[in-house]
Structures are given as structure tokens and as C-alpha cells.
Design a protein around this ligand. Structure first.
Ligand code: HSE
Length: 319
């Protein structure tokens, strides 16, 4: 276990806020915290409870400019700003600024490792800092560290149900016979689905996770981005398809698959009693290995504390 680290946390959504809330429990100290319009910096450690309370009541985390958090004296930058596609900004520049100062980076933001993996690894090679990103795939589930433990060259494929929102919708459609639009509205009411669930229901979020897994499996031999993925979401899955599948003891799940050859995401028929037929917001990853058969890892694939536990697990893996 590593010594306690000084963290700078960028992003005050569910994941960034939970990292701030839980850091002390894992033996670390938050010395800077920023949202999109403000920051709080304290070399002796910020008051996490007061800061999170302020965020709730006033909408800001502090009185400083957000850039102050990047300039603070930290050991690890936790990048938990929203995932963006293409140039993956501003997350990529945040990572670059930390590595140029020889600091470590732990990502919850998928953008840099899904869209600019080669650039991230090139910057890392020039730095004394390390980049880790367990939280980008499958929330609480230790998928990337398991691939590392097995060694990526001994994992031939990673497949799974990697989007909780889409899985919640398909499970409810199958269980209740309700159509897509009604279940989506229910998921939004329950806070399972984002106000804008486009990334989830169109398969983009699952595809980004599979792109990251393909990059890990490829170990730099080949770089993947979202444009390499063959993606279909769940918006066109009719309730009647789930009913027909059920007559045959099957159901439909949004399944993603990553190999060193490519990435595919789409609705697939799976037996109702198969490991892949997880229900609700659960995720599952199946790793196909050369010597150890198939490994199934299942658990909570989203949520603030769940994803923060993956971030803090990564922090604990750093020297
Ligand atoms: N919105 C995602 C999900 C979690 O529903 O699984 C973040 O990747």
C-alpha cells in the first residue's frame, strides 16, 4: 500500500465529489478541488464536508479560479471532468499539465484514454508521473487491474454489459412489458439515466469503455478510438423483440466486445440464465484468457461512491 497522497480533484460531479468525501477514509488528503467555475486550494487539506456542503448550497466549491487547482502542490491529479470526444479537451490538457510537472494522473474521464491513448502514453513516457484509469470502465469493478494482473497478452477478449442505464432500461422492458420511452422516463425520474442519456442509449458510453479495453489489450501495438468501433444502441429495440426472446428462454442485452482486432457494441440475444444477463444497473465483464479460461467480474458499474472507490484504488496503486 502506498503512503498517503495529496490529491487535486478536478470535477465536482458525482464521482469527483465522492472522491473528496472518501479520500481521508483511504488515507489521502485533498489539497485542491475544482468545478467548472471555481476552486478551493489548501496545502493543509481542504475541509471536505464544508466544501461539499457549499457546492450543494451555493453551486461553487470555493472562491479561487479553477486553474488554481491545477497549479496546486499535489501528488496525484484526479481528472473527473465530463468525458468529451475528439480532442478529449479539457481533460487531456489537464493530464498533460500534471505529467509535465512529473505528477501522477488518475482518470475517471474516459476521453483521454478512449480518444488519445497514444498521446497519453507518449506524455507518460516523458514523465516521472504515471497514468491510471480503472474508474473509466465498469465503475466499481476492477476490470483493468485484473487485465494487468493477468498480463494483457494473455487476455484474448473482453466482453460485457458495460452500461448500467441501457441495462436498466432493457431489464425493465423485459420484466414489465413496458416500452422504451416509458422506461427511459422512469429511469430519468429515478436518477439512473442522465437528463441527456444519449451516450448511454446509443451505445457510445459502452463503446468508449470497449475502446479503452482494446487499447489496454493492444499494449501500444495498435491504437483505437471511438471511430474504430462498430456501434448500435438500444433505441430501436422494440418491446416485442424482448417478448419473443423470452418465449425462447432468452433476453436482449447491450453487449460490447473488445479484442486486439476491433470493437463491437450492440443489442444481442443472450440466454436468460447466462452470466451476461445481469439485471438493473449492474455491469459484467467477461475476460477470455489463454491459460485461465473465462473470468467473470460483476458489480456496480456506475455511481459516485462506487466509481470513487475505483479512483482511490488506483491512487493506492501508485508509488
Ligand atoms: N452512465 C454510465 C452508465 C456510467 O449508465 O453505466 C458512466 O460511464
Amino acid at each position: 500500500m502506498s503512503d498517503g497522497k495529496r490529491l487535486a480533484v478536478l470535477g465536482a460531479g458525482a464521482v469527483g465529489s465522492s472522491v473528496v468525501d472518501l479520500a481521508a477514509e483511504y488515507g489521502h488528503e485533498v489539497v485542491a478541488f475544482a468545478d467548472s467555475s471555481s476552486a478551493v486550494v489548501d496545502a493543509d487539506g481542504i475541509d471536505a464536508a464544508a466544501t461539499l456542503e457549499r457546492k450543494q448550497s451555493a453551486g461553487t466549491v470555493g472562491d479561487d479560479d479553477p486553474d488554481a487547482a491545477l497549479e496546486a502542490d499535489y501528488d496525484v491529479l484526479v481528472e473527473a471532468t465530463p468525458t468529451t470526444l475528439g480532442d478529449a479537451e479539457p481533460g487531456f490538457s489537464h493530464l498533460e499539465a500534471a505529467l509535465e510537472r512529473d505528477r501522477h494522473v488518475v482518470l475517471a474521464n474516459k476521453g483521454p484514454v478512449a480518444e488519445r491513448y497514444g498521446d497519453v502514453r507518449a506524455l507518460e513516457r516523458e514523465s516521472a508521473g504515471e497514468v491510471r484509469f480503472e474508474a473509466t470502465v465498469g465503475g466499481a469493478i476492477p476490470i483493468i487491474s485484473t487485465v494487468e494482473d493477468l498480463s494483457p497478452s494473455h487476455v484474448t477478449a473482453a466482453r460485457g454489459v458495460l452500461n448500467g442505464t441501457a441495462n436498466f432500461i432493457l431489464s425493465r422492458m423485459a420484466a414489465e412489458g413496458i416500452d422504451y420511452e416509458h422506461v427511459l422516463a422512469e429511469a430519468q425520474d429515478l436518477g439512473v439515466a442522465e437528463a441527456d442519456p444519449t451516450f448511454d442509449v446509443e451505445g457510445t458510453d459502452a463503446a468508449l469503455k470497449c475502446v479503452i479495453l482494446a487499447n489496454v489489450l493492444s499494449e501500444g501495438e495498435r491504437e483505437f478510438t471511438l471511430s474504430d468501433a462498430d456501434v448500435e444502441g438500444i433505441t430501436n429495440v422494440p418491446g416485442s423483440a424482448l417478448e419473443l426472446a423470452a418465449e425462447d428462454g432468452r433476453t436482449i442485452r447491450l453487449v460490447g466486445e473488445a479484442t486486439r482486432e476491433g470493437i463491437r457494441v450492440g443489442p444481442r440475444l443472450v440466454p436468460q440464465n447466462a452470466a451476461l444477463a445481469v439485471t438493473g444497473t449492474r455491469n459484467i465483464a467477461q475476460l477470455e484468457t489463454t491459460n485461465a479460461g473465462q473470468l467473470n467480474l460483476s458489480g456496480r458499474g456506475a455511481g459516485g461512491p462506487e466509481t470513487a472507490s475505483a479512483v482511490l484504488g488506483d491512487v493506492g496503486r501508485l508509488d
